[in-house]
Ligand binder design. Structure first.
Ligand code: HEC
Length: 262
């Protein structure tokens, strides 16, 4: 059983369930107790027994012990220099607990190996991993807002970043910069010439603030900082790809980040 709780709700749910189970067991005992007491009262009335509750009878029922006076009944035949052996019953409390473990084991087996309704070790491990990954993502998302042109990272070798960047580029930028970044209304993003600088920080800054008077939109209202980082890296990764129909260079020649030995 895995008793680590990932959220407060899980812990509360667990405690509620445990309370319900304890409650059900208590009710069961009370109901049985009442029935038993009624039976005992009847037995006292009809003179079968003397008292409604006797500790001795209760204890005997629990242990199934043979009274001292009758021990010869369970005395075994062998005799080793006066040492004799009693063949006592298994105490009922123990026996029923043992039966209960067998019943439990059957359900446990079905649960884990036939119905697969509870996670086995491997699934549990995978669950933990995906939970941790989600936490990392949340952490990154929370910290993503602090990315700016000074802290933006060059991540051109991170396939995940590039994939996300490409998605954004395809969705929002191709209309002006071309499907491969070859340029159109906007400049060619694959050459070494940049109007506003070709370092990752400059690219980020251009995307963030745009060049409204020249038709380049400021994306800070639409894209989150980490998305701008992704698309900046995607653009940096396009350096030197030399797509067909590339727009003539604009701006000054700069060594882009992806080729720089930073
Ligand atoms: C409506 C057309 C348009 C769209 C859409 C557009 N851009 Fe631009 N972009 C331009 C224009 C025009 C320029 C050139 C600005 C200038 O001449 O100063 C430019 C310049 C840039 C530059 C600077 C290039 C340089 O040489 O310094 C980058 C980087 C850039 N865009 C990235 C993007 C990204 C990323 C997107 C999508 C999120 C995008 N652009 C969407 C029109 C667009």
């Amino acid at each position: 059983m895995n008793l680590s709780f990932k959220t407060g709700e899980e812990l509360i749910l667990f405690l509620v369930l445990v309370t319900l189970i304890i409650f059900a067991v208590v009710i069961l005992f009370v109901v049985f107790g009442i029935f038993h007491a009624l039976k005992q009262i009847d037995a006292v009335r009809s003179g079968k027994i003397n008292e409604v509750f006797s500790f001795d009878t209760w204890w005997k029922g629990l242990t199934g012990a043979v009274p001292l006076e009758k021990e010869e009944v369970i005395l075994l035949n062998h005799n080793y220099d006066g040492i004799r052996e009693l063949d006592n019953h298994l105490p009922p409390w123990w026996k029923y607990l043992f039966y209960a473990t067998i019943v439990f084991a059957i359900f446990y087996l079905l649960d884990y190996h036939v119905w697969y309704s509870s996670p086995n070790q491997e699934t549990e491990y995978l669950n933990e991993i995906s939970f941790a990954e989600k936490q990392i993502e949340e952490y990154q998302a929370k910290n993503a807002n602090s990315i700016d042109e000074n802290s933006v990272k060059l991540l051109v070798s991170d396939a995940k970043v590039l994939a996300k960047g490409k998605e954004i580029f395809t969705g929002k930028c191709v209309a002006c910069h071309g499907a491969a970044g070859e340029g159109g209304v906007g400049p060619n993003l694959t050459d070494e010439f940049w109007i506003h600088g070709g370092t990752i920080g400059s690219i980020f800054k251009t995307i963030k603030n745009g060049v409204p008077e020249k038709g380049m939109i400021a994306w800070k209202a639409t894209l989150k900082p980490n998305e701008m980082q992704d698309v900046s890296n995607y653009i940096a990764s396009l350096a030197g790809t030399n797509p067909p129909n590339g727009k003539a260079p604009q701006g000054v020649k700069v060594v882009a980040d992806s080729t720089a030995t930073k």
